[in-house]
Write a protein that binds this ligand. Structure first.
Ligand SMILES: Nc1ncnc2c1ncn2[C@@H]1O[C@H](COP(=O)(O)OP(=O)(O)OP(=O)(O)O)[C@@H](O)[C@H]1O
Ligand SMILES: [Mg+2]
Length: 424
């Protein structure tokens, strides 16, 4: 609207100039006769040309700074501005003098300040981005660079910088957040490195013993028996690792498909404890199970829940106190804390597995469900652990739309509580 008004003002100025020229010309014609007519037209033409030149010159200053709008931004139609504002990726427009003319919502939240009208160097602190902006502003050559910011949290971006060819020349900076992609690339690389490392150790042991049995222990029957036992343990470790990796992949692939069956969790917990009874007996650990009467079934998949409770009960036996206790409690809880996609008013089943072991350091608790994470790697390996058990637990819980809560007091033991939505 403002632009239309200003254009009208320019044309009015042009008309007045032409009319004035005709009036002067008319006056001269009165005094100068016929030759004055030609003069009138010559003057009118010059005046009209002059007015036209003034109007064109004014096209570049049609938005006066006094109305608060930036002159260069007047060329950005309101609709385009609105679209830029809504873009999920951060966008910034910079003038030839290095001043920020426009920063959309995503950019404002990325740089943490209202950047408009500030020098770009005071808004962005990354030297390589500032240099690239400077280069593109001067040469017009587009560029793409990757950079990271470390405050307030580490984020990685790809920046695309380009410049308009029309006047006034604007440089556009478009950022693409690569943090999630980079993180998953890193996790994949870490995972492959960890899995290979975990397999390499037992494999090295097995091949070492094969060489020994072929060499100097060839005729030593006692040594042969001993080495074969160790090889069997190491082969078992490799098999468990591969089984765990496969089950992790399978559960992850199915995570978005909610289970449909109805499962009696008390029966599952009791049979998981029965499977592990020989291990508990070997460590002189007493496992006690108590359950509220008439517990509802949960929506779940039997085999996955079996795997989940076996992992947790096994951990409690392994990392609990030798000759200690493991207490398993099942209770129905109404209005348990909400989990993703569910309100807190639904009825949940809570299964808590408590041990009286040495507990878990506070800083380790949030990392326990990471693949291959172990508080004490040596101890876990000695007990045949691969460090995948709790990662599997986490994915099974997620698939069941449940929740895992870990409470631990170093020196006093740990409690792992699973909340699962009950049927009905
Ligand atoms: N009840 C517990 N008490 C103390 N530490 C525990 C307990 N449960 C788990 N941890 C710690 O968490 C780590 C990860 O557990 P997780 O079950 O994922 O792996 P793991 O038991 O070492 O191997 P896996 O379960 O694959 O055989 C363990 O190595 C241990 O350090
Ligand atoms: Mg485990």
């Amino acid at each position: 609207m403002a632009v239309v008004t200003r254009n009208w003002q320019n044309y009015r100025r042009l008309l007045w100039t032409a009319a004035a020229a005709f009036a002067i010309g008319g006056l001269l014609a009165n005094t100068a006769g016929r030759s004055g007519i030609a003069l009138i037209f010559a003057l009118a033409a010059i005046a009209a040309l002059g007015a036209f030149v003034v109007a064109r010159a004014n096209r570049h200053t049609i938005t006066s700074p006094s109305d608060g709008t930036d002159p260069s931004l007047a060329i950005l139609p309101a609709l385009a501005g609105e679209i830029f504002e809504q873009l999920p990726d951060p966008l910034m427009l910079i003038d030839a003098g290095g001043r920020v003319l426009f920063a959309n919502k995503a950019m404002r939240s990325a740089v943490g300040t209202d950047a408009a009208r500030k020098p770009v160097s005071s808004v962005l602190r990354t030297p390589e981005v500032l240099q690239a902006i400077d280069r593109t502003t001067k040469t017009g050559a587009s560029s793409t660079i990757e950079f990271s910011v470390h405050v307030p949290v580490m984020r990685q971006y790809q920046a695309y910088i380009t410049r308009t060819e029309q006047s006034p020349r604007l440089t556009a900076l478009l950022l693409h957040d690569m943090t999630a992609i980079k993180r998953s690339e890193m996790a994949r690389a870490d995972f492959v490195a960890n899995a290979s490392h975990e397999l390499r150790t037992p494999l090295a042991a097995v091949s070492g013993f094969i060489d020994t049995l072929r060499g100097h222990a060839k005729d030593d029957e006692k040594a042969r028996e001993q080495f074969l036992d160790i090889m069997s343990v190491e082969a078992g470790r490799m098999r468990r690792l591969i089984d765990d990796l496969l089950s992790l992949t399978r559960i992850e692939q199915n995570e978005h498909v909610p289970p449909r069956g109805a499962v009696n969790v008390e029966a599952v917990v009791r049979s998981a404890a029965a499977v592990l009874a020989p291990l508990a007996k070997a460590d002189h650990v007493t496992v006690e199970i108590s359950a509220d009467p008439s517990l509802p079934d949960v929506i779940g998949e039997h085999d996955e829940l079996m795997q989940l409770f076996q992992n947790l009960i096994h951990n409690a036996i392994k990392y609990g106190k030798p000759s200690g206790h493991v207490w398993i409690k099942l209770a129905s809880v109404a209005g348990a804390q909400p989990v993703a996609g569910r309100s807190g008013s639904e009825s949940m089943l809570a299964v808590s597995i408590r041990d009286d072991g040495e507990g878990i350091p506070r800083e380790a608790i949030s990392r326990l469900t990471e693949r291959f994470y172990r508080v004490d790697v040596k101890r876990s390996r000695e007990k045949g652990g691969t460090g995948l058990g709790l990662a599997i637990v986490k994915h099974i819980v997620n698939r069941h739309r449940g929740r895992l809560q870990i409470d631990s007091q170093p020196g006093e033991g740990s409690t792992f509580t699973i909340y699962l939505p009950s049927v009905g």
